[in-house]
Ligand binder design. Structure first.
Ligand code: MTE
Ligand code: HPA
Ligand code: MOS
Length: 774
């Protein structure tokens, strides 16, 4: 993709900061990825005699199980055993936040695809064949598929949450303009390339080792122990890497690992369970669809004085991570704007869909879509451009968020103004106007999309991590952390930190698998915080080792410790190279019996949140940015292309430009997909209709914007971020929201009668109908 020359200029500035990081480093995994040598769960060499498992799941969305006949399936040659809830020695309960989710259905089913039994056989083929032989009778109960229906029937996951700032009711009375409306944003399928899976092996004494494709090894360990009724130390969870997670494996990698472990527990034999794509699509939850209402009030000079919303979250049949996701919707309800009077409310509605779950942005995108819709509606009605309203309301230093945190080191205006200047947005807007004047059958639309995203797990106690660093006696280094590599490049960043502290080449460093026996009690790799949390722990461990090594060197060279530094695998004294090499230094430390292993714990300082008041300082810092998106619609067909997305993004001081640019590009495209083409469909019986890649379309190389340009904003960086390199995993997804509003503007240019609708995704069919709607 297009990379602007301006990057080079800013890069050279970034390189002048103190850290001698190789900012152009490639993702460690790229070599084995392109050679097809990277290992995933399905690639593990399995033990002789390993069984293969397939899940038998509910063919109805809601009902009472009247009868299940397993006899024919059990009689099939090669079937070892079929496990149900009756075989669970501990608790049939896997809910992480609220204990409301069984591993296997008992006498009721709550969603289409709900696991009922595990068929274990000599081969996957046989297990699948056996699945077809199971007969089930279900007495159907009413099915709820939308949040609105659930609300009407009083079906909720938990109590609603509400944030407020100022006096919203009073403020509406002072507004020159007040507008109200409704929005809908649909769910989104994660479509990680590697489907869910796990491999369980029996060890001695009833211990079990699980290789899982999970973002959260500790939750897998904890849940297996809970379901099996045994202690956590009997369970070892190991993760090499994921073929993508995107939040879909934060909680929902767990059931498959538990099922494999349950079978291993009973059979004392290895069991492999890998979902195929159909099973994965049907049985797992997705991004939450939201139905929302808003009310926005503005002064005559377009200041947003009051904002009120109610978010209805379609949570699915069990809580999963819904309460935490709902909370983040409230945190991001005002996006990049300062609004002095805010009342937001979110209701997690229980429906008969698979429990919806974490997805890049974690409820934040759903919240931001609503305020962007409200602003677009206000602009449309007042007759000004959306950009004007956005611009005068951008967040400033020391503004207060609705949750009480004071905004510091704010880059909202900086990224906005930089985007305007660097990309010459006036000329871009003029181009669109000229084009629309001169073309009838094609129309262009442009939209600005600012983003502000809070970094930290919103649940303060989760913000910690550990690292275990060994220097081996030959001077090579092994690092274990809680970080799970899922394509985001976190392993490369961990390696850079150690390489930087010890000043050794990256060939000397190995990043170990993520394993609960080496690093315990971890939070999942999520919330974009993995590099910050685990990187800070790695930095602490490496620095402790460095101090010890300096003592050794000062003794060996008979100089003061303060005169010593390590550079390019040599000891330097007062910046002069000495005879003492890194490897000799390590040998010397061994002879002196100095510990060459270190474990460090990092917990984010300063953050706190009081749920009884809904106020606090939950985020270590915020990430900012602004995108300008332009689309061209073919007004005969309703099809469209994105001409470009031009972004000024707040990386802080990026550690790895290539990796971080990849994160921005990937997240942007995923956001555009959510807003424009990815259409999840369930029928009224709760059956997933978009159950294959022929019926669920994600962006491909032909539908990505023709140009994606990403410029780092000039910034001080933030010390709460690892080496001042800000978290980058989720925030850029929300640039994709700009695609929706660019399309709306293009439709308006064609159809002056068009009344704005906020109902994402804006598929070509919807675009076509909107073009001709009167
Ligand atoms: N990038 C790739 N390639 N694959 C992924 O699964 N997950 C995203 C993001 N980027 C993901 C990704 C999500 S949802 C999160 S929270 C972060 O990466 C997690 O990693 P981080 O904390 O290291 O940014
Ligand atoms: N983000 C992602 N995952 C989470 C969070 C969060 O803020 N809180 C709990 N799990
Ligand atoms: Mo990301 S949704 O926090 O895994």
């Amino acid at each position: 993709m297009h990379k602007n020359k301006t990057n080079k200029v800013l890069d050279s500035k970034l390189d002048s900061v103190s850290i001698a990081l190789k900012r152009s480093i490639k993702n460690l995994d790229s070599y084995t990825h392109v050679r097809g040598e990277s290992l995933y769960v399905d690639d593990i060499n399995i033990r002789q005699g390993t069984f293969h498992a397939v899940v038998f799941d509910s063919p109805k969305a809601h009902g009472k199980i009247k009868r299940i006949d397993y006899s024919k399936a059990e009689a099939l040659e090669g079937v070892e055993r079929i496990f149900t809830y009756k075989d669970i020695p501990g608790e049939n309960e896997i809910g992480g936040i609220i204990p409301d989710e069984p591993l296997f259905a008992e006498d009721e089913v709550h969603f289409w695809g709900m696991p009922i039994a595990l068929i274990v056989a000599e081969s996957e083929f046989i297990a699948r064949k056996a699945r077809q032989l199971i007969a089930i009778e279900i007495e159907e109960l009413p099915v709820i598929t939308t949040a609105k229906e659930a609300k009407a029937k009083g079906n909720f996951i938990n109590a609603p949450r509400s944030f407020s700032l100022g006096d919203t009711e009073k403020a509406f009375q002072d507004c020159k303009y007040v507008f109200e409306g409704e929005t809908f944003s649909n769910g989104q399928e994660h479509l990680y390339i590697e489907a869910q899976g796990a491999y369980a092996e029996p060890l001695e004494n009833g211990n079990i080792k699980i290789t899982s494709s999970t973002q959260g090894p500790t939750s897998v360990q904890k849940t297996i122990a809970h379901v099996l009724g045994i202690a956590m130390h009997k369970i070892e969870v190991d993760v090499t890497r994921l073929g993508g997670g995107f939040g879909g494996k934060e909680d929902q990698a767990t059931p498959w690992a538990v099922m494999a472990a349950l079978a291993t527990y009973h059979l004392n034999q290895s069991v492999k369970l890998i979902l195929n794509r159909h099973d994965d699509l049907r049985m797992t939850g997705k991004r939450h669809p939201y139905e929302s209402t808003y009310k926005i009030g503005l002064s005559k000079d377009l200041k947003i004085l009051a904002y009120q919303t109610e978010f209805l979250q379609n949570s699915g049949a069990a809580a999963d991570l819904s309460p935490a996701i709902a909370e983040r919707t409230l945190f991001h309800a005002t996006n990049s704007y300062y609004v002095p009077n805010v009342t937001t409310k979110v209701i997690s509605c229980k429906t008969n869909l698979p429990p919806n779950t974490a997805f890049r942005g974690f409820g934040g995108p759903q919240g931001m879509f609503v305020i962007e819709s409200a602003i677009a509606k206000a602009a449309h009605e007042i007759g000004v451009s959306t950009r004007q309203i956005q611009e005068v309301n951008l967040l400033d230093e020391n503004d207060t968020f609705s949750y009480g945190q004071i905004a510091k080191k704010v880059e909202a205006k900086n990224t906005w103004n930089s985007a305007k200047n660097i990309f010459n947005s006036e000329a871009l807007e003029q181009d669109v106007k000229d084009f629309n004047k001169n073309n009838k059958a094609f129309k262009k639309g442009l939209a600005f999309m600012p983003i502000t995203f809070g970094i930290s797990f919103t649940n303060t106690p989760m913000n910690h991590a550990r690292a275990l660093v060994h220097i081996y006696l030959d001077g090579s280094i092994g690092i274990s952390t809680a970080a799970v590599e899922m394509g985001q490049g976190v392993n490369t960043k961990m390696m850079q930190i150690a390489a930087d502290v010890f000043s050794v080449s990256i060939e000397k460093i190995k990043i170990e698998s993520t394993n609960t026996t080496r690093v315990a009690n971890t939070s999942p790799s999520a919330a974009s915080s993995t590099a910050d949390l685990n990187g800070k722990a790695t930095l602490m461990a490496c620095n402790s080792l460095l101090e010890r090594l300096k003592t050794v060197a000062s003794q060996d060279l008979n100089v003061s410790e303060s005169s010593i530094c390590l550079k390019d695998e040599c000891v330097y004294v007062n910046d002069k190279k000495s005879e003492l090499l890194w490897t000799a230094l390590i040998s010397s430390a061994m002879l002196k019996r100095v510990a060459l292993s270190e474990n460090a714990h990092y917990a984010t300082p300063e953050i706190h949140f009081d749920k009884t008041k809904e106020k606090g300082h939950p985020f270590a810092y915020h990430v900012y940015g602004t995108a300008i998106t332009t689309t061209t619609i073919d007004c005969i067909r309703g099809t469209y292309e994105f001409d470009y997305v031009k972004i000024v993004h707040d990386y802080g001081k990026s550690m790895s430009e290539g990796i971080d640019l990849g994160q921005v590009e990937g997240a942007l495209i995923q956001g555009i997909g959510w807003m424009t083409m990815e259409e999840i469909a369930y029928n009224k019986d709760g059956k997933l209709l978009s159950n294959a890649l022929s019926t669920y379309k994600i962006p491909d190389i032909f539908s990505v914007p023709k140009i994606v340009e990403v410029i780092p904003v000039e910034t001080e960086g933030n010390d709460m971020a690892i080496l001042k390199s800000k978290a980058v995993g989720e925030p850029p997804l929300m640039y994709g929201i700009g695609a929706y509003f660019a399309l709306q503007n293009a439709i308006k240019a064609f159809n002056s009668k068009y009344e704005l609708e906020f109902h994402a995704p804006m598929t070509p069919e919807k675009v076509l109908m909107s073009l001709y709607k009167k």
